[in-house]
Design a binder for this molecule. Structure first.
Ligand code: NJP
Length: 234
């Protein structure tokens, strides 16, 4: 119904499924990811299903100034942001002992999972406050709360994300109607999962469309949750 949404990591997997669901509800969506072809395919699918055309941002979230430019463009066009879905994620090499992470992998995990989301919060907080019921949801992971061997960069960066979002949520709780929460999707058949666990049969896992509804619930204007970590499956 015409809400304005910004979705990161929209080119595939969970982000694409969330974008499709938001579009089916009539949202206008700004979609960020690096893979232009996949974003164009998503736009095509959504238009064919009767959704509004996406605003595509085929860029690396870590590109300096990108997030601030996107926020400025959203302000120019809509003067508000109803929904922020900070979903893009990087595994930071994955399957590596903490003591052996390559510096680039470690830095990528923190750049995508923490710093890009911090920049999104910084740039979008004022826009979310301009909406009647601004909602922000960030995709986290179970690893954030467990000392999972060989997942140090991913787990530590998701833990930082959780603390950052919960802190922001506490700060805004009594001064705005904006709600900010985290969603832990459990195990979902996506490229990220297949890179991390190559032996698995994706058909036996939850699919991105199975978890998208939980994101939508946290974006509803009547959602009262604030600073929570919601898990979609056992
Ligand atoms: O994975 P995948 P998911 N700049 O690989 C984008 C969390 N999670 O859907 O740039 C911009 O299909 C990338 O786009 P592209 C996970 O931690 C998952 O599973 O085109 N975008 C793609 O759209 C993550 O936070 C599971 O390559 C960048 C997207 O991120 C979220 O779910 C379990 C980017 C990744 O899509 C979505 O991941 C769990 C950059 N620098 C948490 N880097 C699970 N699947 O089981 C990446 O607990 N992207």
């Amino acid at each position: 119904e015409g809400r304005v949404a910004l979705v990161t990591g929209a080119s595939r997997g969970i982000g694409a499924a969330v974008a499709r669901r938001l579009a089916a509800e009539g949202a206008e969506i700004v979609a960020i990811a690096r893979t232009q072809g996949a974003l164009e395919e998503l736009d095509d699918q959504i238009r064919k299903a009767g959704g509004k055309p996406l605003v595509l941002v085929p860029e690396d979230l870590c590109k300096p100034g990108l997030i601030e430019q996107v926020a400025a463009a959203i302000f120019q066009r809509w003067a508000r942001l109803d929904i922020l879905v900070g979903n893009a994620g990087a595994i930071g090499g994955g399957l590596t002992p903490v003591a052996q992470h390559a510096p680039d992998d470690w830095e990528e995990a923190f750049a995508v999972n923490v710093t890009a989301n911090w920049r999104l919060i910084r740039a979008c907080d004022p826009l979310l406050r301009m909406a009647p019921a601004g909602r922000a949801v960030f995709t986290t992971a179970d690893a954030a709360r467990h000392a999972e061997p060989f997942w140090g960069a991913y787990a530590a960066s998701k833990a930082a994300l959780e603390t950052m979002v919960r802190t922001w949520a506490a700060e805004i709780a009594n001064v705005t109607s904006v709600k900010a929460n985290l969603l832990d999707p459990g195990v979902v058949a996506t490229r990220l999962r297949s890179i991390a666990f190559p032996g698995e049969d994706p058909a036996k896992l939850a699919q991105p469309d199975d978890v998208a509804g939980a994101f939508l619930d946290l974006c509803l204007p009547d959602c009262t949750r604030q600073g929570e970590i919601i898990r979609t499956s056992p």
